[in-house]
Design a protein around this ligand. Structure first.
Ligand code: SF4
Length: 379
C-alpha cells in the first residue's frame, strides 16, 4: 500500500473552549518559520517512496497562504513518488476562506476540503466559542463548490451543551440539504480541564442524558442512509467512492509519515511521534537535531491487536482470512469466547468471513475492542 503523508499545521485564529489538539494562536512570523521548517523536514526525509495521499491537518491549515500550501505539496512531490491521482485534503475553518483563497488552494493541488462546521445552529456555535456562524458555513461550502471542489467533507459534533435531539437533527438535516460528499459525526468529548466545562458550570448548561446521545447517533445515521450516504466507519459516512483514502490507511494497517510538530508516523512496524512544541520543532529542524520521540517497534502481539481494533471501526469489519494470512492469527480461536457475549447482545455480527459491529455495537465500540487488549495472545 502506498504511503500517506500527514502535515500538521498548529495555528488557529482563536482557541476553541473544548479543543485538546496540538495547536496555538496564529502568529504570522512563527508560521513563516514553521513552513520553512516543514519544507526542510520533508526534503530531508524524502526517499522516493510511493505516496498517494496528503492530509493537511491541524490546527487550522486553511490559515496558510495558498502559495505556502503549493510549496509544501511541491516538496512532497519532490521527495516522494506522489501518484497523479493523489488525494490531497486540506482541513479548513469556514471563516478563513474566500473565493480567491479557495481558487488558490485548488490551483496549489488541493483536491479535497474538510470543513470544521460542528453545528448549523448559531447558539451552539457560540457555546463552543467557534468563530463562524451557520450561514458562514453554508456560504463557505457554496464558495468551495463554485471554486470547483467536488470532494468536500463537513464535520459535525453531537451531544453539545443544552442540545436536544431535535436540535441536533436540525444540523444533520442542514448538512444533508447542502449535500457534501463526505461527513464526519463526532460525539463531543470533554477533556478534564476544558474551559467549556467552566462555561457549562457558570451558565448552568447541561448535557442530554446518555440515552439521548445514543438516539442522536442512531437517528443521524438513519437519515444519512436515507439520503444516499454509506456509513463506512464509526464516525464517517460518504457518497460512493468518496471515503477518505487517507484516513482509511489509519484503520487498515496502512503506513504513513507525519511532518510537523507532534505528527505521528508508522512505517515498517515502527511507530514514532515528532516533538510536540512548535518552537522546539522549528529549532530541531534548524539545528539538524532529532525530531522523533517515543520511537518503538511494535511487537507481533501489539501489531495484531492494533490491526483488530482499528479494523473493527470500519463498517466492513475484520476480514478473518486476511488477518490469518497477514498475522497468522485465528481471531475466533483467540478471542471467540470473549466476543460471544457481544454477539449475543446484538452488538457484533460474525458471518463466517467477517466480524463487524452492528450500529448499536458502534456506540459501545470501546467496550468490544477492549477484548483485543485483554485476551492472552502468544506472540
Ligand atoms: S479551530 Fe480546531 S484545532 Fe483550532 S482550537 Fe478550534 S477545534 Fe482546536
Amino acid at each position: 500500500m502506498d504511503l500517506g503523508l500527514y502535515l500538521h499545521i498548529p495555528f488557529c485564529s482563536a482557541i476553541c473552549n473544548y479543543c485538546n489538539f496540538n495547536r496555538g494562536l496564529f502568529d504570522a512570523a512563527l508560521k513563516e518559520q514553521y513552513v520553512a521548517a516543514l519544507l526542510l523536514e520533508i526534503a530531508g526525509k524524502g526517499e522516493g517512496a510511493a505516496a498517494d495521499t496528503i492530509f493537511f491537518g491541524g490546527g487550522t491549515p486553511s490559515l496558510l497562504e495558498p502559495s505556502e500550501v503549493a510549496a509544501i505539496i511541491a516538496a512532497c512531490r519532490g521527495a516522494f513518488a506522489l501518484s497523479d491521482s493523489a488525494e490531497v485534503t486540506l482541513e479548513a475553518n469556514p471563516e478563513t476562506v474566500t473565493p480567491e483563497r479557495l481558487a488558490g488552494f485548488r490551483a496549489a493541488g488541493v483536491t479535497r476540503l474538510s470543513y470544521g462546521v460542528q453545528s448549523f445552529r448559531d447558539e451552539e456555535l457560540q457555546r463552543l466559542s467557534r468563530l463562524h456562524s451557520a450561514s458562514r458555513a453554508a456560504d463557505a461550502f457554496a464558495m468551495a463548490r463554485a471554486a470547483g471542489f467536488d470532494n468536500i467533507s463537513l464535520d459535525l459534533m453531537m451531544w453539545l451543551p443544552q442540545q436536544s435531539i431535535a436540535q441536533w437533527l436540525e444540523s444533520v438535516d442542514a448538512l444533508i440539504e447542502l449535500g457534501p460528499d463526505h461527513a464526519s459525526l463526532y460525539i463531543l468529548e470533554l477533556y478534564p480541564n476544558a474551559p467549556l466545562r467552566d462555561a457549562m458550570a457558570r451558565s448552568k448548561w447541561s448535557l442530554a442524558p446518555d440515552d439521548d446521545a445514543a438516539e442522536m447517533y442512531l437517528e443521524a445515521m438513519s437519515r444519512l442512509d436515507r439520503a444516499g450516504y454509506r456509513q463506512y466507519e464509526i464516525s464517517n459516512v460518504a457518497r460512493p467512492g468518496r471515503e477518505s483514502r487517507h484516513n482509511v490507511k489509519y484503520w487498515t494497517d496502512g503506513e504513513w509519515l507525519g511532518f510537523g510538530c507532534g505528527a505521528h508516523s508508522t512505517r515498517r512496524g515502527v511507530r514514532w511521534k515528532n516533538v510536540s512544541s512548535t518552537t522546539e520543532y522549528i529549532a530541531a529542524v534548524a539545528n539538524g537535531g532529532r525530531l522523533d520521540t517515543d520511537r518503538r517497534v511494535l511487537t507481533g502481539r501489539e501489531a495484531l491487536e492494533e490491526a483488530l481494533f482499528t479494523r473493527l471501526r470500519l463498517a466492513d469489519g475484520i476480514d478473518l482470512d486476511e488477518v490469518k494470512t497477514r498475522y497468522g492469527a485465528d481471531v475466533l480461536a483467540l478471542y471467540g469466547q470473549e466476543l460471544e457475549r457481544f454477539r449475543d447482545a446484538g452488538l457484533l455480527i460474525y458471518d463466517g468471513r467477517r466480524l463487524r459491529l452492528t450500529r448499536a455495537g458502534m456506540l459501545l465500540a470501546n467496550e468490544v475492542m477492549s477484548v483485543f487488549l485483554t485476551a492472552t495472545v502468544v506472540d
